[in-house]
Structures are given as C-alpha cells and as structure tokens.
Design a protein around this ligand. Structure first.
Ligand code: NAP
Length: 258
C-alpha cells in the first residue's frame, strides 16, 4: 500500500480540525471524501481546494447520527473515488452543561453524534476493509476523556470517553482483519467549536489561560491534530493499534490543582 492508492473519508471534514485532516491526507496523496452535516458550501470549498492542487475529492452530506445516511455516503465515496481505506471519525459537537443545567435532549443529540457517529461510520466502512484485509480507522476523541477539568464539559467528556473505549474495543474486533483502530485526543485547539460566540477579549483571555497550562505554552492549531491523525492513517502505521495519542502541547491541569 502507498499513499497514492488510499481513499479517505473524513467526517466533519469541512471545517476546523476535519478540514486540516482532509487537506493533509490529500497532500499525502489520498483521495478524500469530505463529509459535512450542514455546511455544504464549506465542504465543496475543501474539495475544490484539493482538486485545485491536482488531488481527487468529493463533498458528501450525511448526518453521522443517521446510520442509513452514513451507509449511503460510504457507497458514494466508493463509487466516485474507489475502495475506502481510511476512515477518520472527526465529526463532533459540544454542548456545555453542568449537573444543574443538564438537558437530556441536548446530551442525547451530542452522544448520538460523538459516539454513535463512530459506530455508524465504522460499521458502514468495515465490510469493504475486511474484504480487502486493510484499513486505517482514526477517531478524534479529546483530552476531556481523560480528565481535564474545563467547567461545563462533563457530559461532552463522557461522550469522548465513549469514543476512547470504542477505539480500543473496535481495534480488538477488527485487528484480525488487518484493520487498525486508533484515536487522537486533542487538547484545546482554535476552531469554530472553541471560538464559538466568544468576543475577541474573551478569546484572548481563554487562549492565554489555556496556553499557560501547557508545557509548550500555546494552544493547538488544527494542523497539529492533522499531523497526528495522518501518522496513524499512514500505510506504515500497520502495527500501531488500540492507541490514543494525546496531542495537547503537554497539558498540566488534569487534576485541577493549578
Ligand atoms: P468544529 O469547528 O465545530 O467542526 C465540527 C465539524 O463536525 C463540522 O465540520 C461539522 O459539520 C461536523 N459535524 C457536526 N455534527 C455533525 C454530524 N451530525 N454529522 C456530520 N458532521 C457533523 O469542531 P472542531 O473543533 O474542528 O472539532 C472536530 C473534532 O475534534 C470534534 O470531534 C471535537 O469534539 C474534537 N475536539 C476538538 C477540540 C478543540 O479544541 N477544538 C478539542 C478536542 C477534541 P458542518 O460543517 O456541516 O456543520
């Protein structure tokens, strides 16, 4: 296997971390299916950027919480680009809540995207990977899954802990078929998810606060995460499985004593 015969599906590949992953996989030589939920315009723009540089890409809409929609997307990727060899489960949402403000509907929706989305896309992609006895699956979890103490993140953290254990268990199930399953756990990265509706002043304060909690003294950029994902997705990474690679600049606040 070489990079030039890889076909990658990147869920939530239109913006933020997913966009950086899609662009870097394409730079390595993979054809890329750029999945989106709502922002078709952004996904088309990523696909055009890849094609403009001589690569192959399509934009494909599918809500990862909807298994049938994900199946159709994988079929579309295989028809238009070829057999899917790489699946990056990056799509995610974050709803902030505490025990006092917990809302079941919001939590359920977040869990269906962040955790069920991984199950759906893995199930949709695994048959072809099994037949060809080759696959690379990379899940985007979060350091929230391993105990960072950002207020309001408890329920989001629970969905990411689910992503972490699914990674390990799916690796056990699929290893015998030549498929690796790993995760990357990003720290705090500048994207729409983290910038949200924060004012410039609020952003400056949170960036400064979180940068000081890292050994590298900065927050992350989407490319920092894309580099790690691309390593785990590489043909050469065939003996790395069931791992969660933390990419957070060396966070020092896991136990909240700072
Ligand atoms: P983002 O900028 O908000 O982008 C999220 C992406 O996910 C968007 O492209 C969005 O699609 C897509 N998406 C959301 N719901 C979806 C659904 N139901 N089906 C398909 N796609 C869906 O977020 P980000 O910061 O890049 O986050 C990417 C991943 O990294 C997430 O799993 C997140 O939890 C994780 N993460 C982020 C950070 C961080 O600091 N940013 C830290 C740790 C982990 P549309 O464009 O169509 O809306």
């Amino acid at each position: 296997m070489t990079w030039s015969n890889q076909v990658a599906v990147v869920t939530g590949g239109a913006r933020g971390i997913g966009r950086a992953i899609a662009l870097l996989l394409a730079k390595r030589g993979a054809a890329v299916c750029v999945n989106y939920a709502a922002r078709a315009d952004a996904a088309e723009q990523v696909a055009s950027e890849i094609e403009g540089k001589g690569g192959r890409a399509i934009a494909a809409g599918a809500d990862v919480a909807d298994f049938r929609a994900v199946q159709v997307m994988i079929e579309q990727a295989e028809t238009q680009l070829g057999p899917v060899t790489i699946l990056v489960n990056n799509a995610g949402v974050s709803h902030q809540a505490t025990l006092d403000t917990f809302d079941y509907e919001q939590f359920d929706r977040m869990r269906r995207v962040n955790a069920d989305g991984i199950i759906h896309a893995t199930r949709a992609a695994m048959a072809g990977m099994r037949t060809r006895r080759y696959g690379r699956i990379v899940n985007v979890a979060s350091i929230a899954a391993i105990g960072t103490a950002l207020p309001g993140n408890a329920f989001y953290a629970a969905t990411k802990a689910e992503a972490a254990i699914l990674t390990r268990r799916f690796a056990m199930e699929l290893g015998g078929d030549g498929i690796t399953v790993n995760a990357v756990a990003p720290g705090f990265v500048r994207t729409d998810m983290t910038q949200g509706k924060r004012s410039a002043d609020e952003w400056e304060a949170i960036e400064k606060n979180l940068a000081e909690r890292t050994m590298m003294r900065r927050i992350g950029q989407p490319a920092d995460i894309a580099n790690a994902v691309t390593f785990l997705a590489a043909p050469e990474a065939g003996w790395v499985t069931a791992q969660m690679l933390v990419v957070d600049g060396g966070r020092m606040d896991y136990i909240g004593h700072s």
